[in-house]
Design a protein around this ligand. Structure first.
Ligand code: SAM
Length: 215
């Protein structure tokens, strides 16, 4: 195993398994995906620390525990479709793809879209489609989705996304203010939506009509 492989193993032990996330598919996927390729070159030595890191344009790659938790809560199976709002570096999308899921990821910043697309293709994650736009409107052409994950802070649940969630589907989103949010799991069952809130997190804000104004 190369040096990055050893670092990755330590990261998964400390920031996934020891945090109580024992979903085997998430663990195996995070052991495979080279997180160091998704961070800025100057931060490569911090890629396997338990940290969210800047990726440019005022955005971040999420903390490994957060990525693991969100992927585990989605509880999706190989071959199912997941919509991700907030591609960022593409790391979370790569972890889902490594789990065998088809990923449809939307990012509002064009430079991040192009960078993530290039990197995901280079690493062979061909089951990820990335487009630029306001993710709060979803991707109706590919709906319904068995899972929806929003990786930016939301002030409310985007209605269009609820409509694009399949029966028995799950949506994970950080819900709250710009300074703190509660990770929220919404499950659709029998045409109804049931929500459960978990611990506090801090994400960059969702920008757009249903979020906060950008620059
Ligand atoms: N999942 C990412 C990763 O693995 O690197 C981390 C994403 S970062 C915490 C949140 C991302 O959401 C940022 O890249 C930001 O530009 C994006 N974003 C914010 N508002 C958005 C919107 N309305 N639609 C799509 N993307 C949005």
């Amino acid at each position: 195993m190369d040096e990055f492989g050893k670092q990755r193993q330590r990261m998964v032990e400390r920031f996934v398994i020891r945090k109580g996330i024992d979903d085997e598919r998430v663990v195996q996927a995070m052991l495979q995906v080279p997180r160091h390729r998704f961070v800025q070159p100057a931060l490569i030595h911090q890629a396997y620390d338990g940290k969210a890191l800047p990726i440019g344009y005022g955005q971040t790659i999420s903390h490994p525990t957060t990525v693991a938790l969100m992927c585990a809560l989605l509880a999706v199976s190989p071959g199912e479709r997941v919509l991700e709002v907030g591609t960022g570096s593409g790391y979370n999308a790569a972890v889902l793809a490594q789990m065998g899921v088809k990923v449809f990821s939307i990012e509002r910043i064009g430079q991040l879209v192009r960078k993530a697309r290039r990197l995901l293709a280079e690493l062979g994650y061909h089951s990820v489609a990335v487009r630029q736009g306001d993710g709060a409107t979803g991707w109706p052409e590919f709906a319904p989705f068995q899972g929806i994950v929003i990786t930016a802070a939301c002030r409310s649940v985007p209605k269009a996304l609820l409509e694009q969630l399949s029966e028995e589907g799950r949506m994970i989103l950080p819900l709250g203010t710009t300074s703190r949010q509660k990770l929220t799991l919404i499950q659709r069952t029998g045409g109804e939506f049931f929500a459960r809130q978990m611990g506090e997190h801090r994400f960059v804000p969702l920008i757009g009509k249903q979020g906060w104004p950008g620059e």
